[in-house]
Design a protein around this ligand. Structure first.
Ligand code: ZN
Length: 414
């Protein structure tokens, strides 16, 4: 099987080259839109890459100065986006024609060359070279572990322009030939879904949970100490406030390291090849979490990703929409399904802890997203504390010999 990693690397681009990259982004997005419009023209949405290639390749070559591989990459980007719209329709959801607004370009090994200190990128007018901007201490960074590692092969990248920076999201792949991993891949290709929140920091689709109590306890404790110190108002007190802040961060990190170890252990114990989280971008708006919580969620995600990689377990984020309102059993989605910590489906009556229901939905969403095509290493089910959910949300009870003693199927985490 393969271990896949994406390493974000900032690159240093001067103003002339920035102009070239901007034009390349514009033409790339134009090409993706052109193909998408074509796909939506007929009675049915065309999602076949071959058909879309035949229908649009020459036009896009005529209209743009894009490298031929960028033309293909734009067509693939469009085809994938159209495919996911069709998937949503099949599930009875609303979706409209994709718009490509986020400035990006997809690079492969023909359009990007990764050197030790810099990358060479194809543009609409020849190539440019840009230095990597790397952390000073490279030990134990994703750059050292994957990008510059001899064990990983760099296969391509997405160039993004965000907050005034050019970023490469570099894809690295390692072939893993381990007996245990191969065995895991064929026998137990399953996903561990993880829901993050305030009351419970994390709940898995196997029913394991980590409360936010310890986190909240330490936060209150340090707030109090900070408050006591600030009352003194002296320079000495000010320095101590900062020291308390550093200690607080250190304390939280220790807790988060422990939780991340236990989360990875949970995935390994259940033979999961993927751990799925919800997309963390807007998690404060969704969960009412504080900045402190968001900081904690991001750290936790990073630690899990880093540690899971050692065991060939992939860590992914999925679209969080409705994961807390949707019934993981019948798929019925309604805000009133959820009441605080409780979940009770208004349609089928399924009852469980709300975070546990959400964790299962996150696992299911990953599964559905990866069902199309690829075959091979794609996971086949979401791992529950006993038995498995398949992509249709149907529950397969465990085989007799794999039932775990002392754990009830479908038991709530609290
Ligand atoms: Zn239901």
């Amino acid at each position: 099987m393969e271990k896949r990693r994406t390493v974000p690397v900032k690159i240093d681009v001067d103003s002339d080259d920035t102009a070239l990259l901007e034009d390349t982004v514009d033409e790339f997005l134009w090409a993706a839109k052109y193909v998408t419009h074509h796909a939506f023209e007929g009675e049915y949405v065309t999602t076949s890459k071959t058909t879309l290639h035949d229908d649009t390749y020459e036009d896009v070559r005529d209209e743009t100065a894009l490298h031929s591989n960028h033309v293909q990459a734009a067509r693939n980007t469009a085809a994938d986006a159209c495919k996911s719209v069709v998937e949503k329709w099949k599930q009875g959801k609303k979706a409209s024609m994709p718009h490509f607004t986020s400035p990006h370009v997809v690079y492969d090994h023909r359009t990007a060359t990764f050197h030790n200190e810099y990358v060479s990128l194809a543009t609409i007018d020849g190539r440019i070279e840009a230095d990597y901007v790397l952390p000073h201490d490279e030990r134990e960074t994703p750059h050292a572990d994957y990008f510059f590692s001899d064990e990983y092969e760099t296969t391509g990248a997405e160039l993004h322009y965000t907050n005034g920076n050019w970023m490469l999201h570099i894809h690295c792949i390692q072939e893993v030939k381990s007996d245990t991993l191969e065995q895991g891949a064929t026998e137990n290709r399953t996903v561990l879904g993880v829901d993050l929140g305030v009351n419970n920091l994390a709940v898995t689709s196997t029913g394991a949970f980590w409360t936010g109590d310890e986190f909240d306890h330490w936060r209150r404790e340090y707030e109090k100490r900070r408050g006591d110190l600030q009352e003194h108002g002296t320079r000495w007190a000010h320095e101590n406030v900062q020291a308390v802040g550093r200690k607080e961060e250190g304390r939280f990190k220790i807790t988060l390291h422990r939780i991340s170890n236990e989360l990875v252990a949970e995935a390994r114990d259940h033979g999961c090849t993927v751990i799925a989280f919800e997309d963390l971008t807007d998690i404060r708006e969704r969960t009412g979490a504080s900045w402190g919580h968001k900081w904690a969620f991001n750290r936790l995600y990073e630690y899990v990703e880093y540690k899971a990689a050692e065991y060939g377990i992939d860590v992914q984020q999925v679209d969080p929409e409705n994961t807390s309102r949707r019934c993981s059993t019948c798929g019925f989605t309604h805000p009133n399904n959820r009441d605080g910590e409780g979940f009770e489906c208004l349609k089928c009556g399924y009852e469980n802890h709300a975070d546990y229901n959400a964790a299962k939905n996150i696992g299911l969403r990953y599964l559905r997203r990866n069902q199309t095509g690829s075959g091979g290493g794609a996971p086949v089910g979401v791992r529950l504390n006993s038995g498995m959910l398949n992509a249709n949300g149907e529950f397969d009870p465990p085989a007799e010999d794999s039932a775990r003693a002392g754990v009830h199927a479908e038991s709530p985490p609290l």
